[in-house]
Write a protein that binds this ligand. Structure first.
Ligand code: GLC
Length: 788
């Protein structure tokens, strides 16, 4: 069953059946102000930090779904009938009204046809501004003139997620509103400077600032009394729940189109007035939208592919890149799952996100890398979850808002945690990310820049990298394998203080990448030390981790091996077997067998399971994973993030058919017509898909903010299509299905526009890598014939 389709020409996903099983969301905003918006215009806006600077309110995990939102209602004043431009919240009978949602790159359009009136509502956040434009058009397709009213409505938040959702004894009474000159101002009176506005470019016929006056008691956004009556009550009040509601009564002739613009923004009444003036001409609105489109065009132009797989093209050319960019901009801050209650940077997630979209967003990747360098301790471990502002000397330290409901604030020094809370993999991801940044940008000078450590002192980027590698070299257990510490990449595999195969493989990869960097920058003297370190890791891994048919997952503190052929549950794990190969450590038969074990034990039609069979009995020696229901999340679900690791592993071994089969199984676009099972949006990777040990096998959950996006993009572009930056040029090293005749790629690399055409006349899966030096790139035309 399908609910929509990809419009690749416009780079939009079009939902033509709005009653999708769960909210299908999109992201507005490309800088610090953002909105998460559903296909029904439900969602919330934030600015900077969705935990402490919410603009509009959201009732997460609520009934009904995704309320409230940024809604526009229409009312026919002849008989009082009313509807919303998005299907919800009014929810007209779908046999009488038709609705379409177009989710595009940082904008969403809602369209509705009802009783001869066509209406559309486009939401977007202009570049460089802290406001959201609601661009509404209404067209009369009927034979007679109509008297209508339009209403824009949103509910303001108490700004700080904690006091927006609980303990209202203060928050409720510090929220006030006023109205002047067509602008509604909402003020958080205790919190200096915390103002928001809602305005329109037309002169409103009516307004309401008090939520309950607009909605009415015992009513919801589905039947607000203000819309039902058609007259707003000019409410304002100090100390209540506030909203922005503005209306306009108008007459529309047959064939006529009218346009109304609402603006929701950060700032006070004056700011609202200024924005109202700025966008009072429709050409200013159009210009702002065109700028947004140009911004995205420049990004998507960094790589456009044309392959025999339409789904791969759709994902890489638009959606996968878009999702990866969203991650690097908004981290894990704001979605309908992380409703702003989890802000700050997760060390490992950020380090991986920043590795994957350097071509399209070098600036943001660099910024994230610097934040992570500052979040590294001088002992070489990263702060698992931290607020980058605390460690950034360039950000003036402002006293955070203290609610009168006294809650002690921690000292910044207490934000540096000890070994007890350290995850063993966190900082290891940063080393290859930095290498990738330099390979893509050529910015070698960055390596000598100095940054502080979270616990004091400073060092160059290279010194930070060395510390990370030394930390893992020291933190090894009895067998010489890296300690798992609090957890490794898998938050739920804790091994009771034991050793993690994954981390040793990651360590090997990071050392190998670092050696490459040392070679490139002529630091020969440091190489032997790291070669020795690398050899030691290899020996320990091959000695301790090979199980005969695959690599084990770890060793508990008591010496019990996890993920062995003797295990009935958690027998084979994806992380260790993919990373044995991705890291370059496993060679020959071991490498091949590890990938075959992934295929045999973990692969399924909806993607690759994280481990199998899933655990059924709590076992604290293994970890929290055994206390997760079977087939969910880390316990035997198809955890999406590590899936691309298996594509890389297969590609490294030249198994193009397998890499593409793995790719296809997880590919959201390929599940477009199976939404009765998948449920979630088919244009975004989800954190996980229920595994085969669950009754809802194939149901995807937690879309958007997941490391799957970046890794899927990275793995597909760098290893399946095989187009990888190198320090002195570009490598073209595809590993594709034998059936492919070839493919074409347009790529911008270090400012040069390249057209790469790959042909595969012998129908092989992998040829010899072809290296193009920087000088070779000048012609712009790269042609590669795959040869065995
Ligand atoms: C979540 C976390 C990520 C972790 C993964 C596996 O996605 O954000 O850090 O690696 O779960 O546990």
């Amino acid at each position: 069953m399908r609910y929509g389709y990809f419009d690749n020409e416009r780079k939009e996903y079009v939902i033509d059946r709005p009653d999708v099983p769960v909210s299908w969301t999109n992201y507005l905003g490309t800088e610090d102000t953002g909105t998460v918006i559903s296909h029904n215009a439900g969602g919330y806006m934030f600015s900077g930090d969705p935990e402490t600077h919410r603009v509009t309110r959201f009732r997460p995990n609520g009934v009904p779904l995704d309320r409230p939102g940024h809604y526009v209602y229409l009312r026919d004043n002849a008989d009082g009938d009313y509807w919303s431009i998005s299907w919800q919240p009014v929810g007209k009978d779908l046999s009488k009204a038709s609705y379409i949602t177009r989710h595009g790159l940082s904008y969403s359009v809602f369209e509705c046809d009802y009783r001869d009136i066509h209406a559309s509502q486009k939401l977007f956040i202009p570049r460089g501004r802290k406001c959201e434009i609601w661009d509404v058009t209404v067209k009369n397709n009927g034979p007679a003139a109509r008297k209508l009213s339009v209403f824009g409505y949103c509910e303001f938040s108490f700004n700080i997620i904690e006091i927006d959702n609980q303990n209202f004894q203060m928050s409720m009474y510090c929220s006030g509103s006023r109205y002047a000159d067509g602008v509604i101002e909402c003020d958080n009176f205790y919190n200096p400077g915390m103002y928001h506005y809602f305005t329109s470019t037309f002169e409103p016929s009516g307004y309401d600032c008090v939520r309950d006056s607009f909605i009415g008691v015992y009513r919801t956004e589905s039947n607000p009394v203000g819309v039902e009556k058609g007259v707003l009550s000019s409410s304002t009040e100090l100390g209540n729940n506030q909203c922005g509601a503005l209306s306009c009564d108008f007459t529309i002739s047959p064939g006529e189109t009218k346009r109304f613009v609402f603006i929701l923004g950060v700032g006070d009444l004056m700011a609202g007035k200024a924005e109202k003036k700025l966008f009072s001409s429709m050409s200013a609105v159009d210009k702002a939208f065109d700028e947004l489109c140009a911004y995205w065009k420049a990004k998507t132009d960094t790589m456009q592919v044309k392959t025999p797989s339409a789904d791969l093209d759709t994902m890489l050319n638009t959606w996968n890149l878009y999702q990866s960019e969203t991650n690097v901009v908004f981290s894990r801050f704001a979605s309908f799952i992380e409703v702003g209650g989890r802000t700050g940077l997760g060390y490992r997630d950020t380090a991986q996100d920043a590795m994957c979209v350097v071509p399209s967003n070098p600036g943001q990747c660099r910024k994230r890398i610097i934040q992570l360098l500052r979040g590294l301790t001088s002992s070489g471990y990263g702060l698992h979850l931290f607020s980058p502002e605390v460690f950034d000397p360039d950000i003036p330290k402002v006293e955070p808002f203290k609610s009168p409901t006294v809650k002690p604030m921690p000292e910044p020094s207490s934000m540096v945690h000890g070994l007890k809370d350290t995850c063993s993999d966190d900082a290891l991801w940063l080393v290859p990310s930095i290498c990738e940044f330099v390979r893509e940008t050529g910015d070698v000078a960055f390596l000598d820049r100095k940054f502080g450590y979270a616990d004091g002192g400073e060092g160059t980027v290279l010194e930070h990298m060395e510390k990370i590698l030394e930390f893992s070299a020291k933190q090894v257990g009895k067998s010489g394998i890296c300690l798992g510490l609090r957890a490794d990449w898998n938050d739920c595999i804790n091994l009771g203080g034991g050793e993690s195969a994954l981390v040793s493989f990651l360590h090997y990869w990071a050392i190998d990448e670092f050696i490459g960097l040392l070679e490139h920058t002529g630091r020969q003297d440091r190489i032997p030390h790291f070669e020795e370190m690398k050899a030691k890791v290899r020996q320990a891994c091959e000695r301790e981790l090979w199980d005969g048919e695959w690599y084990i997952r770890g060793i508990t503190k008591s010496g019990r091996k996890i993920g062995t052929s003797a295990d009935e549950e958690g027998k084979v794990h994806l992380e260790s077997n993919s990373w044995a190969v991705c890291s370059g450590l496993a060679q020959g038969e071991h490498a091949r067998k590890a990938v075959e074990a992934i295929d045999k034990y973990l692969y399924g039609e909806w993607g690759i399971h994280l481990n199998a069979p899933s655990y059924s009995k709590p076992d604290d020696e293994i970890g929290f994973v055994t206390r997760v229901y079977r087939g969910i999340k880390e316990n035997g679900a198809i955890f999406s993030h590590p899936n691309p690791w298996a594509w890389v592993a297969a590609a490294k071994l030249g198994m193009g058919d397998l890499a593409m089969r793995f790719y296809n199984s997880l590919c959201p676009a390929r599940q477009n017509d199976r939404i009765e099972v998948r449920q979630s949006e088919p244009y975004a990777y989800c954190q996980f898909v229920m595994g085969r040990d669950h009754t809802a096998y194939g149901r995807a959950r937690h879309p958007w903010l997941t490391g799957s996006a970046g890794w899927a993009y990275f793995a597909a572009t760098h290893y399946i299509l095989g187009i990888r930056p190198d320090y002195d040029g570009l490598v073209v090293d595809p590993c594709i299905p034998a059936s492919w005749d070839g493919f074409e790629v347009d790529r911008i690399f270090r400012g040069k526009k390249l057209h790469i055409s790959v042909s595969n006349p012998e129908h092989i899966q992998k040829g010899k890598p072809v290296f193009f030096s920087t000088a070779d790139l000048d012609s712009g035309e790269l042609s590669v014939v795959m040869k065995p």
